[in-house]
Structures are given as C-alpha cells and as structure tokens.
Design a protein around this ligand. Structure first.
Ligand code: MLT
Length: 404
C-alpha cells in the first residue's frame, strides 16, 4: 500500500493567491455587472517590449529551419544567456560572478521552492514575517518546519523575524541562530527594503554563524535609491554564504513567458561539499532547460534597446506606485513601500483585519488587493496593493477607494 507525503497534510488552507482567485471568481459570478479591478497578485499587464518580441520572432523562425532548429536546451542554460547575465547583472556592478555560477530556470518561484532540496532535513529556517509564502510552504512540504499552531499561525521549527511599522520593516538578527535565512529585497510583500550597509551586516552575520542566505532579488529592477544593493554579491563575503534568485517576471514582464536564474557561487561550500555542484546535479536530473525562444527573449533584455524599453516599463509601473502611495496617503491611509518596489503596503483602516478589509474593498469598491495576514501573522492589519495594473485602472481603483 502506498503512502503519501504526510507533510502536505500539514499545510493549512490553499496557496494564498489560489484562495484569493477563488474568492474573486465567486464574487464576479454573483455580481456579473460589477467591473472588478485586480491589484492583488503581482502580475504584469504591459505587453512585452518590442526588442523582446523581435528576438522571440527571430528565434521562432530559427525553430522552423532544420539548420537552426534547437532541441533540448543545455540543462544549466545557453551560454549566450549565462554570459549576458554575468556581464550585465554582475560584472557591470562590480560583482565577481562568472557564467558557470549561473543556472537558468523557468522562474524564481520554482527555484525558491526547490532550492531547499539541497539542504539537510534538520536545518532551521528563518523567514521575515510577513513573507512570500513559497519559502515556508516548500519547507513544510519537505518536513522541515515542525508543527503548525493555528492560533498563532506559526510553525514550531521556523524562526520568524517580524517586519512591522515599529522596526521600519527591517528584520533583526534572530535570538536563536538559524541555518538557512530567506531574504527578499526589495521586499515582497511590504515593498520596503534595507540599505546596502544593512545587507552587509546580514552577510557578516551569516558568515559568522555558518548560515546560508537565500536571497530573492526578483524586484531589483525597481530600486530607485542609491544606497540599496542590486545584488547580494555587492557585499563583501557574500560568495561564501549566499545564493541569489533572480526573475525576468517583474523587470521584463515574463510572468507568462517564464524565465529566471539562480546564482550559486563556487565558494559556497558546506563541509567540503560544493553547493554549486549539488545544484548543477539537481538541475541536470530534474530540469530540461528553459526553452530556446525564451532564453533568446531573456538575452534581448540586455541589448541597448531592450534595456531602454524595460526602463520605461519599470517607470510606468512606478508611476502607478507613486499614484497609489500619494493618493492613499492624501486620503488618510498609512502607507509604506512603493519607492524601491512595485508594492504598496498599507495599514487597514479602523482596526479591520486584513481579510475584513479584503472583503470590504472587494464588495464596496470592487477592487482586489492582498490581505497582509496571508503573508504571515505580522502581516495582520496590513494590506498589499500592486502597482502592476494599467495606469487607468490604478487611478480608477484609487478613486473608488477614496470614495469609501
Ligand atoms: C506576488 O503577487 O506576490 C507575486 O506575483 C507572486 C509570484 O511572483 O509568484
């Protein structure tokens, strides 16, 4: 008789964005005349930039000819893309990362869920609270998180680092030493970030206690302030304690195209074992490479035209962020984020819980956001709005919220 992975049974409810999608569908079905504005999941709305489309068309044409056809992609990524990443995302920023430390994938969500596989079962993870749910859920599935306390909404074997208004959303070093530290900066969901100096302190801390940092830099393109690091490898000593996850979803609109990469430096070693080699082994066994057409699209993000077009796209979304932040601020809401990230994090009004405000906003303004408590207990009383809508919809949603 077969047995299931019992750890799945421990997961409370469904994945946050699936729960929201179900609630919104039920509301839409019951209210077909209402025009819903979706500022919930961080999904992009602008079309792919012309330079990317052109590269994809060209790659499609290559696939139509036996002489230029591509079958399985190299499992770690095409050399042309790995070299472009090393050059533009690292060397240009003074970071010492080479192409063979870069692993191309189908996106940062899967990498952030899968990376825990190369670590032992008895590692203790530390996460910011609130946090992108994938980090915790994937460790639950692996059986690393202990038991769930429904009252406190916490796992017994997870170290939570609260990030709230009170500490300026900056995680503090935990009292108990963790083995694996997840950091997402600029942060999803709070839209806030830390300075390069503060990040350096995390790198020093990890090296000192022998921990590894899983650094999710999916929102790096939205950094507007000078003293914020674009990569953890800008910090001294990161090569011996950090893995970096990057995505093309938010900087280039690839949420539906699917492309990302993970950097595992060769200096990252645990009792003589190379994590770079382990991740290469895992990738080779479980992944058959991102599609050629998609990797050519990724390469196009680094061309001069691609870069200029994407800069404009990021500016478009950040104009939305500023509109939400300023508009809600003027309407009396307490708002955070939106300066180095496309997310606005607000205090729910009138002591409403996050889910109460979600329902209120959906029913009264027909606007969808994301309840802060869905990201962890310290997210209770907060609410997230994304800047990834169209400008028109963003202004319309703001107008409706202001009128409440
Ligand atoms: C979010 O809304 O938090 C993100 O879009 C989810 C994701 O990137 O997987």
């Amino acid at each position: 008789m077969y047995k299931i992975n019992e750890n799945y049974q421990k997961l409370p409810g469904s994945y946050l964005f699936s729960t929201i999608a179900k609630k919104v569908s039920a509301f839409a079905e019951a209210n077909p005349q209402k025009e819903i504005i979706r500022l919930g999941i961080g999904d992009v709305t602008q079309p792919l930039a012309p330079a990317i489309i052109q590269a994809m068309h060209q790659a499609v044409d290559e696939m139509a000819d036996a002489a230029t056809f591509h079958g399985y992609a190299p499992d770690l990524g095409y050399e042309f893309l790995r070299t472009a990443i090393a050059e533009h995302d690292y060397k240009a920023r003074g970071c010492d990362i080479s192409a063979d430390e870069i692993f191309v994938s189908d996106g940062a969500k899967s990498d952030s869920a899968n990376i825990q596989e190369i670590f032992g079962q008895d590692n203790r993870i530390a996460v910011c609270d609130p946090v992108y749910p994938v980090y915790v859920d994937s460790n639950v599935m692996a059986g690393r998180t202990g038991t769930y306390n429904a009252e406190t909404e916490t796992w017994s074997n997870v170290i939570y680092m609260p990030c709230t208004m009170e500490n300026g959303f900056v995680p503090e070093f935990p009292k108990e030493a963790p083995d694996i530290i997840y950091l997402c900066l600029p942060n999803n969901p709070t839209g806030t970030t830390i300075t390069k100096q503060q990040l350096q302190e995390w790198v020093d801390y990890a090296n000192k206690i022998g921990a590894v940092i899983i650094y999710d830099g999916a929102y790096e393109a939205y950094i507007s302030e000078e003293n914020v690091a674009h990569s953890i490898f800008e910090c001294q000593g990161a090569r011996t304690c950090a893995i970096e996850l990057k995505s093309y979803s938010k900087n280039a609109g690839f949420t539906g195209v699917r492309l990302g990469y993970t950097v595992v430096p060769k200096d990252l070693k645990c009792q003589g074992a190379s994590l770079n080699q382990m991740w290469a082994r895992r990738h080779g066994t479980k992944f058959n490479g991102a599609p050629y057409i998609v990797q050519r699209a990724g390469e196009a993000t680094y061309s001069p035209e691609g870069k200029a077009q994407l800069k404009e796209q990021v500016a478009y979304y950040m104009k939305n962020a500023a509109a939400i932040k300023n508009g809600l601020g003027a309407a009396g809401y307490t708002v955070f984020g939106g300066v180095n990230a496309p997310y606005i994090w607000l205090k729910t009004p009138g002591n409403m819980t996050s889910w109460e405000f979600f329902d209120y906003l959906l029913e009264q303004a027909n606007v969808v956001g994301t309840p802060g408590s869905g990201f962890g207990p310290s997210g209770e009383g907060y609410f997230r709005l994304t800047a990834f809508g169209s400008y028109e919809n963003t202004l319309a949603a703001l107008e409706r919220i202001r009128k409440l």
